[in-house]
Design a protein around this ligand. Sequence first.
Ligand code: GLA
Ligand code: ZN
Length: 697
Amino acid sequence: MNKKYAPFHPAVTGLLHGGDYNPDQWLSYPEIIEEDYRLMKLANCNTFTLNVFGWSAVEPEEGRYEFGWLDKIMDDLAARGLQVILATPSGARPAWMSAKYPEVLRVESNRQRNLHGIRHNHCPTSPVYRKKTRELNTKLAERYKDHPALILWHISNEFGGACHCELCQDAFRAWLKQKYGTLEKLNHAWWTGFWSHTFTDWGQIESPAPHGENQVHGHNLDWQRFVTDQTIDFYRNEIAPLREITPNIPATTNFMGNYPHMGPFTGLNYAKFGKEVDVVSWDAYPAWHSDLQQNMDLAADTAFVHDIYRSLKGGQPFLVMENTPSLVNWHQVNKPKRPGMHALSAVQSLAHGADSVLYFQWRKGRGASEKFHGAVVDHSGHEHTRVFREVAEVGKILEQLGEIRGTSVEPEVALIYDWENGWAMDDAQALKPREKNYIATCQAHYKSFWKRGIPVDVIDMDRDFSSYKLIVAPMLYMVRPGVAERLEQFVQQGGTLVVTYWSGIVNENDLTFLGGFPGPLRSLLGVWAEEIDTLYDSDRNSIRFFSEELGFGGTYEAREYCEVIHAETAKVLAKYERDYYANTPALTVNTFGQGKAYYMASRNEDRFNDDFYEQLAEHLNIRRALDTGLPEGVSVHLRSDGEHDYVFIMNFTDGSKQVELPQGSYYNLLDQQQQGSILKLSAYGFAVLKKDTDALK
Ligand code: GLA
Ligand code: ZN
């Protein structure tokens, strides 16, 4: 059920606009800081993130704290009605600390300890680093607990990577002992009989290394799990004093994306981490206008990532903690967003459930590596720039859309994307080893829904399935205990499931299922997958329908992967046309209880996914954000509070488009007038329409 979520902090009344503000770099330029305040208002900003990398400014010497500057900035912002997201600065540390306590420095997988420098390179296990972080966080919490500007804690920055020091090695061994109890169990789970790798003492176990062990899949997988757990443990250590001293101030940490192929960050299992934060937030940097893909394709891939992060907490809104108002400094080509694209991409994040548009960064620094990274305020220092004007415009839009804060997205379709599944699959030396393209495959399936304006949750395999009508599980290679049973129950009770090739292959330890793939999914899907054919780029196969059951038919191209399967209890809908497996099943459906489970044995052209999911969505009567034909490149999404639907219509092309609205009465929130039945969208144009929900009619 759609509802309106309470704000994460009572002082939050609308959508957040602002972002990372680093006055700590400008303390010797007080006139610039004064000017910032004037510009913040002009840019229609309301929220700033402070102290992300402020450690050496707040604790210039061990135990000597300098909060004066931060007090002043917080007070000044509060006096101007601006709110603060306050960061704990553990993302980078002062030189005095690295010099005195080298154990805080990260050791790389080659076992070399880093020198002091850059950032995001601490040891998460180091008792010293944990203690120092905790001490500083305690001071911050005590000092600002009643500060009127404070609305949210921003813990550290973009947690990621791993440390391989001796402290971390010991922690890894302890983690393994806790998990397996005995070496015998570990040896079995890791299949260490292979290449004579059997361990006879816990002390023999080390983290994976380029010059050491890296071919034992269960070992790699457990290391990645440990890294997630250890990062979470570090995060818990950071928030402990905050929880105690400021129980009413929620906490988040900014999650990341993956680039250049726009996807979720894969280094940490965010499905797990997401449970630890009060509000999910992430840093979104899609490379618009690139020659890698068209904007509309990138829009679909970006929407997928927004949906992953939203889905971490069901329908609860998330935050875009960082995005650039113009360009970044680390893409392959650092191209500014074209006029209009900033507003469009901002509105896209709102459409998918974000309650903020926050920037990295407010003002360009004068020196060091990010001085040419986009910012609201450029080196010119005034408001008369294209970027500033576009930011101010976005601020106005956010004000006009304030009532969407807290509204939710409640899809009837879920797509399973699972971090551990991706780790295991990436490690498998099979198929085209480096081109299994798990995420891109999830996105290809997702896109068929995106094109039709069907909202989708993107969830991991441990989530509750019961609220969905349709679940799509591309390449469900790993099936953890209980998942097959829960999928069976879902279908049994009337749900529809779609599973593809290369599913049900390994268990939670990356050991293959014995007795026939897709392992524990075999009876649900009613097929046995005997072998898989990997195609060269120039190879082609095709699949042809000979059943009209789905309401469409014809021939479609199959590329890259064709699994050779046997229909056991499933009915065959399409067959391969070529090669030694010509005339064997390529698409099947198995009736299971009240529901149906489809198996796609091959990777098919996009046209197939579009036609297949269109028919399925029709049959299942799946809710679309707008029940109308959409021109190519126009995307529609929906938020609702249960009483009003907010329909976002976005044109990701550089030509004008028009959309015919289905019957109903729509109020255009940005034009502030009743919307006629034809909605015209200019290049990169968008509209947000409000209407009563159907439920109220
Ligand atoms: C990340 C970091 C920021 C900044 C930006 C630049 O998201 O969190 O500190 O470096 O990248 O795009
Ligand atoms: Zn370490």
